[in-house]
Structures are given as C-alpha cells and as structure tokens.
Write a protein that binds this ligand. Structure first.
Ligand code: HEM
Length: 320
C-alpha cells in the first residue's frame, strides 16, 4: 500500500511505478544559481557619478529580487515537463505489454474510427474517445476486441495516473504503426473524453468514389495528399496489401498494379472500393506514385498526418 492508498500488486504495475521514479525531478536536482553584485554602497555612488551604471545597478537589483520567482517558475516548468514525459512513458509501456503485431491493424483502425467522425462545419466528432459508446454501429464492427485489449492497459495506467480513452487510443495507434516497422510517431497527451457518442454517419463509406472521398476528407480538414497518406494505413490488415503485419509502402505499390483487374486467384479480392477508387483519380495517383517510389516520404507524411488526425476535434486539459 502506497501513501496514496493504492496497492500495486502486479509486476507490471511495479515496473511502471519504478519508471515514474526514474523521471522524478526534485528541487535537489536543480542547479544552484550563484550571483555576485555590487554592494549597495557602490551602487549609490554610481548613481551620483554615472547614470548608465546607475540604470544597470537598478536592473541588477530587479534581477536579484526576481531570482526566487524565476527559480519557482523553473521548478514548476521542469516539474510539468517531467510529469508529461512520465505519463507518456507510462501509457506507452502499458500499451506495449498488450500490443502484438497481430493486434496492430485493429488498434490502428480504432484511431480512425474515433477521430474520423470530425466535421469542421458542425464542430462535432473527432478524437474524443466517444468510440467507446459507438461500438454497436455497423461501421465499427470488429472494434470491440481491440478496445478490450486497450482496456487492460488503460486499467493499469488509471491506477497510477488516470488517462483518457482518446489519449490511450492515440498512443496505441502510434505504437501499432511502429511495432510493425513504420515510423516512430510522438503523441501529445491531455485529450479529454466526450461523455456522449458522436453524431452518426460521419465516417466515409467504403462505396465512395474518389471525388466523394476527397470531399468527405476535406470536410474533416484533410487535403487529398493527406487522404492518400492516411489510406496507406491499409497496408496493415487483411485487404491484400502485402504482409498484414508489416507497415511499409506496399499499399501504394500494389495499388499501382491494380491486381483486382485480374480474375486470377485471390487478386480480385485485393482492396476496398475506396482504395481502388484512389488510383482512378489523377491527383491521388500522383501521390500514390510518389509514395510507391519513396517509402521515407510516405513515412514522413504519414507521421505528420497521423499527428493531425489524433488532434482533430480534440478537447484538451488546460495544462496540456
Ligand atoms: C479512406 C476511407 C476509409 C474507409 C472507407 C475505410 C474502411 C475500412 C474497412 C471497410 C475496413 C475493413 C474492416 C474489416 O476487415 O472488416 C478497413 C480496415 C482497416 N482500416 Fe480503414 N478505412 C478508411 C480509412 C482508414 C484510415 C484513415 C485508417 C487509419 C489511419 C484506416 C485503418 C484501417 C486498418 C488498419 C484496417 C485493417 C483492420 C484489420 O485488419 O483489423 N482506415 N477500413
């Protein structure tokens, strides 16, 4: 039993708690600020003899008076930064314990289904954890399992420092990408969960053509380039874009081959109608070709648009 009355019994908790201690920064660790200044006697004579020196002396006085203020400010800023890093580390560690490559696709899909409800004009939806109220919607079929997995990690984190579902899902999606070999994506914490489900029918339907898909993403604040980069998430999972547990640029390479045009074997099963629609649009095709030829560019753009996705429509704690 700790001083806060919480009992940490499992091994996972004790390692998480230990990791928190690593980040603990106390005032003892702060550098000692020593300063020298002219004695007041010198200062008063300087007033008489040299006005420039006098103003320096006054500034010096002000500086010295302000030292305690700056020290306190420094201490609280260091404390804030340490806590944020500490919380991020804790969430990541607990997510890593429950996340395997095989579970990564479902977890990444969860991110889009939470954040992708955002609509700029209505200022509704977004990355707010409301997916927990929306699991029975047809478009969210299959997402109960990934959410349940994250629920275990969340329970562990909550015992030490409460975390929102929105933060949990945002960090887990980034981990899902990196565990499968994709880019490392930093995620800011501090999102507040919604208490209600988002309006229905806001996620894109898989039957949309390229032009409707582009409009749908525009309403959420995403450009065509961002739509194409985000769609690269379909490289994970079982829609036929390479190894289902490897995050790479196979999605774009395979889109260019249009395997669904062939009637041979499973090729006709590759991709969703929305994936196939992207290659039929000239603007999308330009980005698809670029990402197919340059995996680093895809990783860089995916990283950036993922950060944008997990921040869309988010409400933040005041200190974030
Ligand atoms: C462009 C519009 C999109 C549509 C219409 C769409 C729709 C779908 C559908 C119907 C599935 C198949 C689900 C199943 O296997 O039953 C799927 C899978 C998936 N989607 Fe999307 N999606 C879109 C964009 C995105 C975005 C932006 C992301 C993430 C950033 C994403 C991540 C995933 C992942 C990772 C899977 C594989 C899930 C698994 O195999 O468990 N999708 N998507």
């Amino acid at each position: 039993m700790t001083a806060t009355g919480v009992s940490y019994s499992s091994a996972s908790l004790s390692s998480a708690a230990a990791s928190r201690r690593i980040f603990k920064i106390t005032t003892k660790n702060l550098p000692v600020l020593s300063c020298r200044r002219k004695p007041i006697k010198d200062f008063s004579s300087a007033v008489e003899n040299d006005s420039k020196l006098a103003s320096f002396g006054r500034r010096g006085m002000l500086f010295v008076t302000a030292i305690p203020f700056f020290l306190n400010l420094h201490e609280s800023l260091v404390g804030l930064r340490a806590n944020a890093a500490e919380d991020y580390f804790l969430v990541k560690e607990e997510v890593k314990k429950v996340l395997s490559k095989g579970k990564a696709a479902g977890v990444l899909r969860l991110v889009f289904h939470d954040a992708g409800t955002f609509e700029i004009e209505e200022n509704s939806g977004g990355m707010n954890g409301s997916i927990v109220f929306e699991l029975d919607r047809p478009e969210n079929t299959g997402l109960k399992k990934p959410l349940k997995i994250l629920g275990k990690a969340k329970a562990e984190v909550d015992m030490i420092q409460p975390v929102s579902w929105a933060d949990m899902i945002a960090v887990a999606g980034a981990e899902a990408v990196s565990v499968c070999g994709g880019p490392i994506i930093p995620v800011q914490l501090g999102r507040i969960d919604s208490m209600f489900p988002d309006p229905e029918g806001k996620l894109p339907q898989e039957s949309l053509d390229a032009s409707s898909l582009k409009q749908c993403f525009q309403r959420k604040g995403f450009s065509t380039q961002e739509l194409v980069a985000l769609s690269g998430a379909h490289t994970l999972g079982s829609k036929g874009f390479g190894n289902p547990t490897v995050f790479d640029n196979s999605y774009f390479k395979i889109l260019l081959e249009k395997p669904w045009s062939s009637s041979a074997g499973m090729s006709s099963m590759v991709g969703l109608p929305t994936d196939r629609a992207l290659v039929e649009d000239d603007e999308c095709l330009r980005w698809i070709s670029m990402y197919a030829n340059d995996q680093d560019l895809f990783f860089q753009d995916f990283r950036n648009v993922y950060i944008k996705l997990v921040n869309t429509g988010a409400m933040w704690k005041p200190s974030s």
